[in-house]
Every structure is written in C-alpha cells, then in structure tokens.
Ligand binder design. Structure first.
Ligand SMILES: C[S@@+](CC[C@H](N)C(=O)[O-])C[C@H]1O[C@@H](n2cnc3c(N)ncnc32)[C@H](O)[C@@H]1O
Length: 209
C-alpha cells in the first residue's frame, strides 16, 4: 500500500493561487462542486462529461495525480472541470475573497486518507478550520458529503462536521438527487474497489443551515 502524503509537511505550505472563477470555467454561473482529494480524476471527468449543468473542481495533494488528471482532459471538450494541485485547506482558503460569496454548492470527501494513529489525526483532511472555511464559501442549503470504509474515521469526520454547527445530517428529498452534483450516483475508484471487496461504506450527507 502506498504511503500517504503528509499534508502538514512544509512543502505544502504554498499553493499556486487559483485564477478567478470566470477565468476557470466557460460558464462560471453554474453551480460549483468541489471534490477534495480527487485522486486520479476519473470520477470528476466522468461526472463533468455527463452533467454539463454543473462546474466541477478537484483538488489533490499528489502533483503527479493532478498532472495525470489534466492529461486525461486533453483532447476532450470538457470545459466544466478544473483540477488544482495542493493542500485542500490552503486552496480553499485561497478561494475566500476571490470566488463569489456562496460560490460552492456542494463539497465531497470520498475515502479520505485515514491516518489511523492518534498522533496523526491532525493530518486528516477534515478539521474544524477546514469546515469553517468551506462554510464561508457556501450558502445555506449547500451540501457536504462524506464517504469512507473506515468506521472510526467516519465517526471522527461526522463529529467534526456536526460540532461546527454549520451543518446538519440530511437526506435528499424527492427529486433533489437529480439536481445534485452526482445525479447518476457515480462511484469513485476507491469506492469501486471497496465494493468489489464487499467492504462496508459509511456515508452521510449534510446540509448547511
Ligand atoms: C484514498 S484516496 C481517495 C481518492 C478518491 N477520492 C477516491 O475515492 O478514489 C485519498 C486522496 O486524498 C488526497 N489527499 C489527502 N490529503 C489531502 C489534502 N490535504 N489535500 C488534497 N488532497 C489530499 C490523497 O493524495 C489521495 O489521492
């Protein structure tokens, strides 16, 4: 199994500033979904290709994966998807004040690195300050979704999001899923692997209040 990248390492303190939203997307007025730790990019490429009514942004701390994702986009006419390299926390911070208020419609955390040891929990991507930063970019009614196959990580993420007081657990009502960022319920690479192994997936959706 590959070693996780330590997001607290000094090499990730700097992120290349993001361009303004109107320079990133052809139609920057469409709802924007952010996938945190987007891995090799396939999930977002398939989603963006299928769902032309949304813009998608993937952030990933492994530069090689971001470069591969960008390569996969070449020669495809997908203008509603953007990949950014860096620590998600600093990239999200960079959006504050640059992107319009309420720019984010939804955010997903799919199978984040678990960092099992207690002394490494601070390397986990979901932290109180990250949830606070996301909430500054999101209107009430926006969504966060989390998925993992690690129960203990699920409980940790759930507690952090609930404790923020910005979000409550939620279930899509009626046709809401059809208008969501993932109307076809597409799975990520990790989720496909987990399904093949018949492992349990812990998942929950939150709504900003
Ligand atoms: C287990 S993989 C899951 C990839 C993908 N979401 C999936 O479900 O197939 C977790 C990903 O999160 C990325 N990651 C971890 N910490 C991160 C951070 N602070 N900022 C951005 N990406 C991060 C890792 O490099 C890795 O690609």
């Amino acid at each position: 199994m590959r070693q996780h990248v330590n997001p607290l390492s000094n090499v990730f303190n700097y992120v290349e500033p993001l361009p303004p939203l109107e320079e990133i997307f052809d139609n920057h007025t469409m709802p924007l979904h952010l996938d945190v730790g987007c891995g090799a990019g396939d999930f977002l490429i398939n989603l963006a290709n299928h769902n032309k009514n949304w813009n998608y942004m993937g952030v990933e701390i492994r530069e090689k994966l971001v470069n591969k994702s960008k390569l996969k986009l070449k020669n495809k006419s997908i203008d509603n998807l953007f990949f950014a390299f860096g620590n998600a926390e600093y990239l999200i911070e960079d959006c504050i004040g640059k992107f319009p208020v309420n720019a984010l419609s939804s955010v997903s955390f799919n199978f984040p690195d678990p960092w099992f040891k207690k002394k490494h929990h601070k390397r986990r991507i979901i932290q109180p300050q990250l949830i606070q930063k996301i909430s500054r970019l999101m209107a009430n009614g926006g969504f966060i979704s989390i998925k993992t196959d690690v129960e203990e990580l699920f409980e940790y993420m759930d507690m952090t999001i609930i404790d923020s007081k910005f979000f409550i657990p939620y279930r899509y009502q009626d046709s809401e899923i059809l208008n969501s960022y993932n109307p076809i319920n597409l799975k990520t690479n990790r989720e496909n692997y987990v399904s093949e192994k018949k492992l349990k997936v812990f998942e929950i959706l939150y709504k900003k209040i």
